[in-house]
Write a protein that binds this ligand. Structure first.
Ligand SMILES: Cc1ncc(COP(=O)(O)O)c(C=O)c1O
Length: 369
């Protein structure tokens, strides 16, 4: 195996999941799209499903192919597909027993046109309460759900909405979305319509909006150990699940005035030792981190220097003696120091989601229980 790898700590995953579960005391739909945010869906789901009666009640993914992967892994729980299903993919929903998201009469027609509806198809209705991305507009949702409840081809297994700002300190807009969703639920209750499970809370709302828990919550990034922004509370203790580990591949001593890597973006002021580590932007160590991040070797931080290249990255070890083969932590922690996906995210103007999803396929995932 390649000695540069992502270490996935499954005990931390369990720690995060059980902490979330304890806090919400509701059903859980674990969001494992995008290969479990880059962590490797197979082992993530296997670990969560070992939790007996505490295991997730539902799983959610973005696209049918990801749902099929779960079925091939023998996942028995209901699997919700967030993205609208295309006509070409509609048959897969029946074949693999997936739950589609629907939000328009056209979506329903796609399933009817397959000719495969033998018993009512379970669906979840996505209600757009302000995200303005997908979903039936909240003002039309009640009528859509009434019509759906009369359609013998479908069963409304759930209704849901998604927050645009639940991870911001100012909850004004999130509360407006919440009120719109609650109003629809109230109307449905008054009309005696069975809407199945109501769910709304992503990680931001799980941390800070208990009123948004309803029947089920949908944690994604918090499962993997990160708060969704720097503005949420830390009302649930979380531990990052992914570390990135490599090793010192070569060591060079350079003289004052000598430069490192493409474009000579770093020039030594004093004689110094440069260590080279085989992990580059093709692995997800983004080039925009150049000269702006660190690594940890034997518990000490060393600054990254010189342009990050496709397959390798260099660090300035000063006058420390570092040997070839020494372990290098690119993301992770020691007893006293840590480098996490927020440290990269802050430099890159992004969030931990993009950092963990951005660790590419050629980086082996190594699982630690
Ligand atoms: C509809 C929906 N629900 C829940 C989540 C999970 O969100 P988070 O990762 O912020 O917990 C996502 C993620 O994008 C989503 O699209």
């Amino acid at each position: 195996m390649r000695p540069s790898f992502a270490e996935i700590n499954l005990s931390s995953l369990e720690f995060n999941y059980l902490n979330i579960r304890k806090k919400v005391n509701r059903k859980i739909m674990a969001v494992v799209k995008a290969d479990a945010y880059g962590h490797g869906v197979e082992r993530i789901v296997k670990k969560l499903n070992l939790l007996g009666n505490k295991r997730p009640n539902y799983y959610a993914v973005a696209i049918p192919e990801e749902g099929i992967e779960l079925r091939k892994l023998k996942v028995k729980q209901p699997v919700l597909i967030f993205e609208p299903i295309s006509p070409q993919q509609a048959k897969l929903v029946f074949k693999y027993n997936l739950i589609p998201t629907v939000s328009s009469p056209q979506h329903l027609k796609i399933f009817e046109q397959t000719g495969k509806i033998e018993k009512p198809l379970r669906v979840h209705v996505k209600i757009d309460t302000g995200m303005n991305r997908i979903g039936v507009a909240y003002s039309d949702a009640f009528n859509f759900l009434i019509n759906l409840s009369r359609d013998k081809n479908f069963i409304t297994d759930g209704i849901y909405t998604h927050f645009a700002t639940s991870d911001e300190k100012d909850k004004t807009f999130a509360n407006l979305q919440l009120e719109r969703f609650k109003n629809i639920i109230q109307q449905l209750k008054e009309a005696g319509v069975d809407y199945g499970l109501a769910h709304a809370a992503n990680s931001g709302a799980i941390l800070d909006m208990p009123e948004a828990y309803f029947d089920m919550v949908r944690p994604g990034i918090s499962l993997y150990g990160y708060y969704p922004s720097l503005e949420t509370s830390e009302s649930i203790k979380l531990k990052p699940v992914m570390s990135l580990i490599s090793f010192v591949n070569s060591v060079k001593r350079i003289l004052p005035g000598e430069s490192v890597s493409y474009g000579r973006k770093f020039t030594a002021e004093n004689e110094t030792t440069i260590i080279e580590v085989p992990f580059g932007y093709a692995d997800g160590y983004r080039r925009n981190l150049t000269n702006k991040t660190f690594c940890l070797v034997k518990g000490k931080m060393y600054p990254q220097v010189g342009t990050i290249t496709m397959d390798r990255v260099m660090f300035n070890a000063g006058n420390d003696i570092i040997k070839i083969g020494q372990k290098v932590i690119l993301l992770g922690k020691t007893k006293t120091e840590k480098i996490d996906a927020w440290d990269w995210g802050n430099v890159l103007g992004t969030i931990p989601y993009e950092v963990t999803c951005g660790i590419t396929k050629r980086v082996p995932r190594v699982y630690k229980d």
